[in-house]
Ligand binder design. Structure first.
Ligand SMILES: Cc1cc2nc3c(=O)[nH]c(=O)nc-3n(C[C@H](O)[C@H](O)[C@H](O)COP(=O)(O)O)c2cc1C
Length: 184
């Protein structure tokens, strides 16, 4: 079990191979079993494939070009990273009206759900990157509107998923838990 956590990696390059519907459903099934406060089940999943993915790419390009008008290399580099992505799942979390605590708890629950999808994906030979910045643009308006999310939903992650291109990844570096733990 510990090895599964140690070996989990972010994958940014994918083979041009479709992800089977049955595998996508297993990712979603894994997600909905995540813990969540008061059973609010605050998540929603927007699955983008084929035509929707094409529209997403066009939107991402428009967004990046507006955002970084003097950085065409950055725009092209970012676009390249999503050109061979066969599947994107945008995950949202419910904003609780007038209850900041519940809104945060919802975000924590949705983060747990994403982690479940990640590990489930790896067990199905799929790789994933959880994007928020750049082409992930979860903190900006247009993606929210494009997927048709409601006003009380906040985007948490743009999950780019597919079969990994096999290549050596940079070493996984982490600070020891010893330096991150206070035994109170
Ligand atoms: C909340 C969150 C947001 C992230 N946003 C991005 C992103 O916008 N672009 C990206 O390339 N990677 C993103 N990542 C992936 C991290 O960069 C990656 O997890 C980190 O480099 C560690 O690599 P590892 O997952 O292989 O251990 C994000 C990860 C998390 C948890």
């Amino acid at each position: 079990m510990l090895n599964q956590f140690k070996e989990r990696r972010t994958i940014r390059e994918f083979q041009p191979v479709e992800v089977e519907r049955q595998k996508i459903e297993q990712l979603l099934e894994a997600a909905i079993h995540a813990p969540n406060d008061r059973m609010r089940e605050p998540w929603h999943f927007y699955v983008l494939q084929e035509d929707a993915l094409g529209q997403y790419r066009a939107l991402a390009r428009e967004f990046l070009e507006q955002r970084f008008p003097t950085k065409p290399n950055l725009v092209e580099g970012s676009m390249k990273s999503i050109e061979a992505t066969p599947l994107i799942i945008v995950v949202t979390s419910k904003i609780a009206a007038d209850d900041e605590g519940a809104t945060y708890d919802n975000l924590f629950a949705v983060s747990s759900a994403i982690m479940s999808m990640w590990l489930m994906g790896e067990s199905l030979d799929l790789g994933m990157v959880w994007r928020t910045r750049g082409v992930g643009f979860v903190h900006e308006g247009p993606l929210h509107e494009f997927i048709g999310a409601n006003e009380d939903e906040r985007l948490v992650g743009t999950l780019c998923i597919g079969y990994p291109v096999k290549r050596d990844l940079p070493e996984k570096k982490r600070t020891s838990y010893i330096d991150k733990t206070t035994w109170v």
